[in-house]
Design a protein around this ligand. Structure first.
Ligand code: FAD
Length: 439
C-alpha cells in the first residue's frame, strides 16, 4: 500500500470520518472538527442505561461513541479506578527517555464535558447478569440495560527465586505506569558491558510487535548512549510474531552485534539474585531482566464467577464479533484485549471494536437489527531507532461462514523497512488515535 494512501485511510478511520459514516451511517454534527464542541443528538430513539467498565483504549472509545451516536437518551456511565490513563502505546520510548509518562497521560474530563458521560472513579468487583447489576468496590450497586466490559489484561505468575528486593526488580512494564519508570531506571543504569534480557510469552499477548519494538529501542539506546551492550530476546514463540521482515532486518543489520534473537525459548524460572533466566533450551544471564508473563483477560473476567472467561481454556472472553456480546450472557459486551477474537490485542483494534460494539448496542436499544458486515482495522507503528520507524496494517471484515473477522486482501501489510517518514507518520497516527479515544 502506498504510504500516503495508508496514512489517509488511517486518519479517516482514526478520526471516525469516512469509514465511520460509510459503515455505520450515523448522523454526527461537526464531525469534521473533532476538537470543536460536539452536539450530542437528542432524537435517535435509542434509550437505555449503559455501563462501561474500564477506561482504557476500548472502554473510553465505547463510552464516547455511545453518546455521540446514541444521543441523550442513552445514559452512559464509565467506571474506571484511575483518574489518569497512561498510554501503553509509545511507553517503550519512556524506557530510554524519549518520552515522559506525563506526555502519555490522558484523563476523562472531555468525556464528561463534551459527551455527557458520567465517569465514576471506582472499580467493579461483581457482576450479576440476571439482575443486570454491577457492584462497585465502594459497595454501591448500579443497574444496567447493557453492560460493556473492557478491563484489558492480567498475567499468570512467573516463578522467581531470590531475595525479596531482587525479586521486586523483575518487572514486565506491560501496563504503562509505575513499572515503566522502574524499568527505565534499570536500563539507564546499564553500562556497555551489560545485557538486557526480554522474555516474550506465548501468543496471544497484547501488542504482537511490542516486545520486538522494545528490544530495538533498548538496543538503539545502548549503542547510542552507552557505546555498546547486549540485548537477548527469549521468545516462547517459534518465530517473530509481527513484521517478520522488518524485525529480521533490524536484528540482523540495524542492531547487528547487539541483539540476539532466540526463538522457542520458554521461560521456566528466574533466579533474581544471580540474574539468570532458565528456559527449556538453556540458562541466560543478564543485568536487567524484563520478563513479560503469560497473559489472560483482566481478572474481572477470569474471576467473575459467572463464566465470562469461556474461551481458550478459561483465559479469555468468547464474544460474537457482530456485537461483541458475550457468548455466555446477553446484554453483556466484552471489547478490547480481554475478548477472544481473530484480531490482535492492540489499542488501534480496541478502538475499532469499541465503535462496532457501540453501534450494535444503539441498534439493539432501538430494537433494530445490527450491521451484518462490520469492518475493523489495525495499525501499529514501531520505532526501530530514535528517528526511524516501520509499520504494519491489516483490515478485517466479518465472514458469515466462520462467524469471525478475517483479514482482507493480502492480510497483514508491513512497511518496506524503517524510515524517517514512517517515524513522522507515527506521531500523527498516535495523535489521531488518542484524540479519537479521549478527546
Ligand atoms: C509496550 C506496549 C506498546 C504498545 N504499542 C501499541 C501500538 O503501537 N499500537 C497498538 O494498537 N497497540 C499497542 N499496544 C497495545 C495496547 O496498549 C492495548 O492493546 C490496549 O491498551 C488495549 O485496550 P483495552 O481497553 O482492552 O485495555 P487497557 O487500555 O489496558 O484498559 C483497561 C482499563 O480497564 C480498567 N479496569 C481493569 N479492571 C477494572 C475493574 N474491575 N473495574 C473498572 N475498571 C477496570 C483499567 O484500570 C484500565 O484503565 C501496546 C502495548 C504495550 C504494552
Amino acid at each position: 500500500m502506498k504510504r500516503r494512501v495508508f496514512i489517509n485511510s488511517l486518519g479517516a478511520s482514526a478520526l471516525g470520518l469516512g469509514i465511520m459514516q460509510d459503515t455505520f451511517g450515523h448522523e454526527i454534527n461537526e464531525v469534521n472538527n473533532i476538537h470543536s464542541l460536539i452536539q450530542i443528538p437528542g432524537n435517535t430513539t435509542a434509550t437505555g442505561r449503559v455501563i462501561v467498565i474500564g477506561g482504557g483504549m476500548a472502554g473510553t472509545t465505547a463510552a464516547k461513541y455511545l453518546r455521540l451516536w446514541g444521543g441523550t437518551g442513552v445514559e452512559v456511565t464509565l467506571i474506571e479506578p484511575n483518574a489518569t490513563y497512561y498510554s501503553n502505546i509509545f511507553s517503550n520510548m519512556v524506557l530510554v527517555g524519549e518520552r515522559t509518562l506525563e506526555q502519555l497521560s490522558f484523563n476523562y474530563n472531555l468525556l464528561r464535558t463534551k459527551y455527557g458521560v458520567s465517569v465514576m472513579q471506582n472499580s467493579v468487583t461483581g457482576i450479576n447478569p440476571i439482575g443486570k447489576t454491577v457492584t462497585l468496590n465502594s459497595g454501591k450497586v448500579l443497574q444496567y440495560d447493557k453492560l460493556v466490559i473492557a478491563p484489558g489484561i492480567d498475567f499468570e505468575p512467573i516463578q522467581i527465586i531470590g531475595s525479596a528486593i531482587n525479586q521486586s526488580k523483575i518487572v514486565h512494564a506491560w501496563k504503562a505506569g509505575q513499572q515503566t519508570t522502574y524499568l527505565k531506571n534499570q536500563i539507564q543504569a546499564m553500562t556497555n558491558k551489560d545485557t538486557f534480557i526480554i522474555a516474550i510469552p506465548p501468543k496471544p499477548y497484547r501488542c504482537p510487535p511490542g516486545p520486538y519494538e522494545r528490544a530495538c529501542i533498548v538496543a538503539d539506546y545502548l549503542k547510542r548512549v552507552k557505546g555498546g551492550g547486549k540485548v537477548i530476546i527469549l521468545d516462547a514463540n517459534p518465530s517473530i510474531q509481527a513484521e517478520p521482515e522488518n524485525f529480521s532486518n533490524a536484528f540482523n543489520n540495524t542492531h547487528k552485534g547487539i541483539i540476539t534473537y532466540v526463538p522457542n525459548a520458554t521461560l521456566i524460572s528466574i533466579d533474581a539474585d544471580k540474574g539468570l533466566v532458565n528456559t527449556n533450551i538453556g540458562t541466560f544471564s543478564g543485568k536487567v531482566i524484563n520478563a513479560i508473563p503469560i497473559h489472560k483477560a483482566g481478572s474481572l473476567i477470569t474471576n467473575s464467577g459467572i463464566g465470562l472467561a469461556n474461551a481458550n481454556n478459561g483465559k479469555w472472553a468468547g464474544v460474537n464479533v457482530l456485537t461483541y456480546e458475550s457468548t455466555a450472557y446477553e446484554s453483556i459486551h466484552i471489547i478490547g484485549d480481554a475478548s477472544s477474537t481473530t484480531q490482535p490485542k492492540a489499542g488501534h483494534i480496541a478502538n475499532a471494536e469499541a465503535k462496532v460494539c457501540a453501534d450494535a448496542i444503539i441498534h439493539l436499544l432501538k430494537g433494530e437489527s445490527v450491521n451484518p458486515s462490520p469492518i475493523t482495522n489495525s495499525a501499529c507503528f514501531t520505532p526501530i531507532t530514535k528517528s526511524t520507524a516501520s509499520w504494519l496494517s491489516v483490515v478485517f471484515r466479518y465472514d458469515p461462514i466462520t462467524k469471525t473477522m478475517v483479514p482482507t486482501g493480502s492480510g497483514v501489510t508491513e512497511s518496506l523497512g524503517a524510515t524517517k517518514d514512517n517515524y513522522d507518520d507515527m506521531l500523527k497516527w498516535f495523535s489521531n488515535l488518542m484524540s479519537d479515544t479521549f478527546a
